[in-house]
Design a protein around this ligand. Structure first.
Ligand SMILES: C[S@@+](CC[C@H](N)C(=O)[O-])C[C@H]1O[C@@H](n2cnc3c(N)ncnc32)[C@H](O)[C@@H]1O
Length: 295
């Protein structure tokens, strides 16, 4: 399997700069042993969030009709749990697959678990990159077009955390040409089920993943605080409090509160929804977007 790196993968210096502002973005947790911690979390049956977003993916993949050979760019594939669904939805004799992740370990795990499906893809490329770094996604999208086809489809599934960074969806919009598409699945908020939604982030496996970032920043003793919901910006937030009383934001995950709110957020970032599907049973959204005409 071919693998390349695009841009710079942020290291300890960048982590400490973020820490000064009181946060450890989760992207610092995924590399190295973090890839295995994600695996443990994704395999936990009580990680209901992953299951909800996966159901939304299955429910909506068949709505994406690709008339031309397309580069399918899977952003943050994790351990590849979505690979079987993606491979049965698209004909990879015709389309090309690009897997993009910040974590080398994650890519290795995915290749190891899904070797057989990946071997049946005619063209695949794995790219190690930080998608929250300006210009990187546009560079990846241009590279895909140079290497393979003239249309791109971005798959952004189970990425509430990435979408809580307002810059990320702007980078997505900036990377799309007129005929390109972005498909997003995301768990939403539901006032009636808020407790259950927030509970997921209190799982021991989530905390073990976040501890990777805290250790990397040399943060020692302390405790995680119960996950909160920030109504102003529609996101779940999880803090760690050190023994000296310092509060560090370790996780924030965007949760649209309605179709309308999701649509407004997409529009503000430069994306125009072709459809938004809401699945009430699992309070998840799926949308297929294009770049707004006025961007
Ligand atoms: C929450 S997991 C979702 C994985 C998969 N889509 C799923 O639902 O199981 C997030 C994935 O995105 C990757 N990721 C997070 N931040 C990233 C960034 N800034 N650049 C590239 N990949 C990132 C992580 O390494 C991880 O594989």
């Amino acid at each position: 399997m071919r693998k390349i790196t695009i841009g710079k993968i942020p290291g300890k210096k960048e982590l400490l700069e973020k820490l000064v502002a009181g946060a450890i973005p989760i992207k610092f947790c995924y590399p190295d042993e973090g890839g295995d911690k994600w695996d443990e979390l994704r395999g936990n049956k009580k990680y209901f969030l992953g299951d909800r977003e996966y159901k939304s993916l299955i429910r909506n993949l068949s709505k994406i009709k690709l008339s031309e050979p397309t580069n399918i760019l899977h952003l943050g594939p994790g351990n590849g749990i979505e690979i079987p669904a993606i491979c049965s939805a698209f004909d990879f004799k015709k389309h090309a697959y690009f897997g993009v992740d910040i974590s080398q370990r994650m890519i290795e795990n995915m290749i190891c678990y899904h070797n057989l499906e990946l071997a049946n893809i005619k063209y695949s490329l794995f790219i190690l990159a930080d998608l929250e770094s300006k210009g990187v996604l546009s560079e990846i999208c241009n590279l895909a077009k140079k290497k393979q086809h003239q249309n791109n489809l971005l798959l952004i599934t189970g990425q509430g955390v990435l979408c809580s960074n307002p810059l990320f969806l702007r980078y997505v919009a900036a990377s799309l040409d007129k005929n390109d598409l972005a498909f997003i699945t995301i768990e939403g908020d539901d006032l009636q089920r808020r407790k259950e939604i927030l509970q997921t982030y209190n799982l021991r496996e989530v905390e073990n993943l976040l501890l990777v970032g805290l250790r990397r920043a040399d943060i020692g003793n302390g405790n995680f605080l119960p996950t909160l919901f920030n109504e102003d910006i529609h996101q779940a937030e999880k803090y760690f409090e050190t023994d000296s009383g310092e509060k560090i934001l370790c996780l924030s995950s965007y949760k649209p509160s309605s179709d309308r709110q999701f649509e407004v957020t997409l529009r503000e970032r430069g994306l125009q929804a072709e459809f938004i599907d809401y699945f009430p049973q699992s309070h998840t959204y799926a949308t297929l977007c294009r770049r707004s005409e006025n961007v």
